[in-house]
Design a protein around this ligand. Sequence first.
Ligand SMILES: [Ca+2]
Length: 480
Amino acid sequence: MARPNLLFVMSDDHASHAISAYTRDSDRPVVNHTPNLDRLADEGMRFDSCFCTNSICTPSRAAVLTGTYNHVNGVTTLDTHMDNRLDTYPKRLQAAGYQTAVFGKWHLGHGALHDPSGFDEWRVLPGQGHYHDPVMLEPAPGGAPGAHTVVERGGYVTDLITDDCLDWLDRRDPDRPFALMCHHKAPHRRWEPSPEHFTLYDDIDIPEPVTLWDDHEGRSEVVRATRMRLLDLDPVTDLKATVPPGLDLEAEIRWRYQRYIKDYLRTVASIDTNVGRLLAYLDEHDLAEHTVVVYTSDQGFFLGDHGWYDKRLMYEESLSMPLLVRYPPMVAPGSVCDDVALNVDFAPTFLELAGLDVPEQVQGTSLVPLLRGVSPDDWQTSMYYRYWMHDDGAHRAPAHYGVRTHRHKLICFYNDPLGQPGARGPGGPVEWELYDLVDDPFEVRNVIDDPAYAQVRTELAAELARLQSAVGDTAFAPGS
Ligand SMILES: [Ca+2]
């Protein structure tokens, strides 16, 4: 089989429960319709248990590119930018003769040591970038490493990133395979829609999440103290309005949810439209059969779930990544995979699909057997998670690590900055949470002190220690 092309589309903070291919089969409300993303699911595989190993932008992107955990690649927080001398899958594909490019959000740092590397061509947003009329950075022609040309763009960011991808596809050498990374900024805060979607959903109410009214009873004190409630959103900058006078607390939360979710979903609508443009291009140029198309997001997001926005915490809505893969020669249409897949598994998957060896330092596992519809007997049944960025001063999410199996989740809020850059809050007591994802899929009942779960707690603590050691990380020790 000829080496396949790779079209990797990654959005930013797009929760799987804002994709109708996911919600149509779940017990969560259907909040939107995403026909082009659903097409990928219908023609390929939907992964239902894909997780990030650290639910925050920069670290997850580094894990995707390198196939290693953040304590290994050094990108533990938003402030620890990726060293572009690290081995990445685009570098290996490029060295093997692939044409490579990245357009859109990079967010792994800029300058000689952090600019994209391993790409024949790139044009990226500075930092988070802007939704409307953004500037973008590209290498200065003939310039020194780290020297940029600033390109002023008129238009909407999701359209522009797609324009750049299509333009590059038009200019590529048709005789060599390509690996194209289309990295959308949307639907990242502050959720600014394209003009064509300004009034989408104006006439309807979006269904509320099951846990909108979660009172956080039984959760850790540090979780209860986070500032990620809908009430913590700034009405003017985030919700683009002032709170109508006369609302009681319940009515205000309902109003905030609708303001928030509608703009979020409007930016998703633009992603869906633009994924449709990419798929149409592949169809029109006879590329669909031999191109692996991947849609994912760097992590999930709370869509009013538990009364929150944002990510960071190891609860399902934030931990889960959407993952849709279409590759007709290998993947059965409409297939669903519930085996555990991780962001560190992406790089070895792409290397294997390109017929390349996976380097020894890569910690993830190739998903190719799963794509073929085979679940190996020894496939991973648990995953290790660590969020390092203890109290960023804004969201105030605590540092924590934990383990998730198919049925349970154990989280340790070790509650200490451990000297991490970006950490501002003081340390505090260690707190634990345990959830039974079968009996309590929305994680509203912390059973850490329930005697009925004493055995489960012991087993999960052992599994957490085993995984932590296996990936080369170390447990929290007070005063370390
Ligand atoms: Ca993100």
